[in-house]
Design a protein around this ligand. Structure first.
Ligand code: NCD
Ligand code: ZN
Length: 347
């Protein structure tokens, strides 16, 4: 059995860092093990303009621990009022790496998202022209559509029509959770990628609902049936270039998770790499963890891989990571994979 593994420093291609006290609490957890992250713009108010993204980036850099070399890759939140010229200028200056599409009402802080996709047509055409990726939260919000079907319906009724109407548009299907998402991502050629979270490789919907409701496993898109989880595992561990890590680590304080109307989001930044090494070892694919966590994402985003490396070691005694992160905003529960973690990032 392999006992140690050296990887190019990974990146996280989908991350929620929040702001203020929460940002200060969670940023070190990611900066410890990742070189870069695509930072989601769903703050209150959202990061809509280039000026807002520049100011948010400055706040993130100011919250970094002394000496950390982490690079936040900024995104803009697409609204029906987004100005194509602002997008063009933000991309040309190197400030933003992507634009995020939230269907209005799909998830945490998505009320300013898109209702009528025709109203963002000019922005999407500009993005196709300049090669700026569109990151999609791939769920419809139509009340009649069952929450477990919302990803598959989004692919058929929103994503595929948008891609057909906008040749050259580069798209990342964020946090795919279904076999349909896996199949569509595979079929899309080099302009289509998909992120997969750590937790969707580990939990299915039973983990949320059997034996009592487990709010810390509730996230969006919600975890699906077991056969979908298995499809995600095969995709992530396949080494195929279209699949890369986006943890979607999404901190909420415990008081808002353990609530009558609890927030969606799993906080995985603290133990993500230990969890992933466990999953890839189970799948006999430790040699493909680097492609998933460190190489495929930069290739899609047309960036070089990180120069640094990290080393993971397999310990006989399970790794005792903290069960909660105590931030100035309040305690945040760290994702519990439900099994002991033996792989530890050294250093
Ligand atoms: C995210 C959040 O809390 O911002 N929540 C989640 O369950 N993933 C939003 C999102 O990515 O959907
Ligand atoms: Zn997210």
């Amino acid at each position: 059995m392999e006992n140690s593994l050296t990887l190019r420093l990974p990146d996280d291609w989908h991350l929620h860092l929040r702001d203020g006290a929460m940002l200060r609490g969670v940023l070190p957890e990611t900066a410890r093990h990742f070189g870069r992250a695509i930072v989601m713009p769903n703050l209150v108010p959202p990061v809509v303009t280039a000026a807002q993204a520049a100011a948010y980036r400055t706040r993130i850099l100011a919250a970094l621990p002394e000496g950390a070399a982490f690079e936040p890759l900024m995104t803009l939140y697409l609204t029906e009022e987004t100005d194509p010229a602002d997008i063009r200028a933000a991309a040309a200056s190197g400030l933003v790496a992507a634009v995020k599409l939230y269907p209005a009402g799909a998830t945490t802080n998505s009320q300013s998202g898109v209702r009528d996709f025709d109203r963002v047509r000019a922005v999407l055409e500009t993005m196709a022209e300049i090669g700026l990726p569109l990151c999609t939260h791939g769920e419809v919000t139509t009340p009649e559509v069952d929450i477990f079907d919302r990803e598959a319906v989004f692919i058929d009724t929103v994503l595929d029509p948008i891609r057909r109407a906008t040749p050259g548009l580069r798209v990342v299907m964020e946090h795919i959770t279904t076999a349909e998402g896996v199949a569509y991502a595979r079929s899309g050629g080099t302009d289509l990628g998909a992120t997969i979270t750590t937790h969707h490789l580990i939990i299915n919907r039973n983990h949320i609902l059997v034996g009592g409701i487990r709010p810390h496993y509730y996230c969006l898109p919600v975890a699906k049936r077991e056969h979908h989880r298995l499809a995600l595992r095969r995709a992530a561990t396949s080494g195929e270039g279209c699949f890369f890590l986006g943890t979607d680590s999404a901190p909420h304080v415990d008081a808002l998770k353990e609530h009558a109307c609890g927030c969606a989001g799993c906080f995985t930044a603290t133990n993500t790499l230990s969890c992933l090494a466990h999953v890839f070892e189970e799948e006999g694919a430790l040699d493909r963890l680097e492609a998933f966590a460190s190489l495929n994402g930069p290739a899609f985003y047309r960036l070089p891989p990180n120069k640094g490396r990290i080393r993971l070691t397999r310990h006989d005694t399970p790794h005792s990571y903290p069960k909660k992160l105590f931030t100035e905003a309040g305690p945040v529960t760290v994702f519990d994979p439900g099994f002991p973690l033996h792989w530890v990032v050294e250093g």
